[in-house]
Ligand binder design. Sequence first.
Ligand code: ATP
Ligand code: MN
Ligand code: MN
Length: 333
Amino acid sequence: MERKLVSIQRIDHLEDIPGADNILKARVMGWDVVVRRGEFAPGDACVFFEIDSQLPEGKAWAEFLRARSFRVKTARLRGVLSQGLALPTSILGGAVPPLGTDVKDALGVVKFEPTPSEGNDVAGPFPGQVPKTDEIRLQSALGVLDELRGLDFYVTTKLDGTSSTFLRTMEGELVACSRNWALKPGKHPAWRVAEKYALATVLPPGFAIQGELCGPGIQKNRLGLGAVDLFVFSVHDTRTGHFLGHAEHIAFCERHGLRSVPVEHVVTGEAARTFEHGLEHYLRLAQGLYPGTKNRKEGIVVRPLVERQSPTLGGGRLSFKVINNDFLLKDEE
Ligand code: ATP
Ligand code: MN
Ligand code: MN
């Protein structure tokens, strides 16, 4: 599911911040966000902008973010973590739409995209047989916790590289893709790992693997790798339209000589039934370092052991990410 970058939400809760006269801490969905005192009462509707909203230039309501290039980032104000931006619905200049309404386009907001365009490497569109990779942030979809409760599930480390998808078509052709595009064979790291793992022959026809490309020159190479490598987080069977469950995923990677993303926890049986599926608990699990490094990990990704549809996520696969708040502060400030 596409997350709603900017939507109408409710201020669930407001509290004072010790020593601060002009600002308050508000709760919107699962997010803590600092707001101006006097702007809201608990229960009020607001326009909520998630992190990575790029506000338009030339609108009075966005002017206060000029010094931060009009971009909504994680910030710490008076010691309080603020994740997102809540503004009064009056900025819409008209009737207030119902809760949940997406108002990104109406306000001229776009998503901040840090990666430079891949122009020269693009061979064509992303193959329609495979879902694009994405993960919703837990704080934006707290309902997933109720859906996960009682199920066996697993937690993997979220690696901070770049998304890639490799599809072996039924005709046997290999298509290597970035997050959004099929790539021309060449020097793109996706094709380098395709060769390293001989994916053109190793992948069974009709299967796609999706993984994080990590290594020198990609993001900040926080794993400290000496060469680009691929860490698989999904295996998709295009003939059935389903993803392999966790056990099949691990077996698939072993059989074909592939590396999975690191598995931090597999929680089953009694431990799964009694697991505390709370935001605070998950935020703690998201903390820590990449093993063997001094680098904070980006976070975790949580999924049931067996693929399951999520009503909260509009019928998409039940799966979510929890970003390490220490990572956000260090790297997005
Ligand atoms: P946002 O819109 O919230 O900023 P985004 O669209 O930039 O998110 P990411 O923050 O990178 O995407 O989160 C989703 C991506 O995480 C996936 O597309 C995948 O490439 C990557 N990823 C890294 N590690 C894992 C993992 N262990 N399991 C699943 N996905 C992972
Ligand atoms: Mn991101
Ligand atoms: Mn990413």
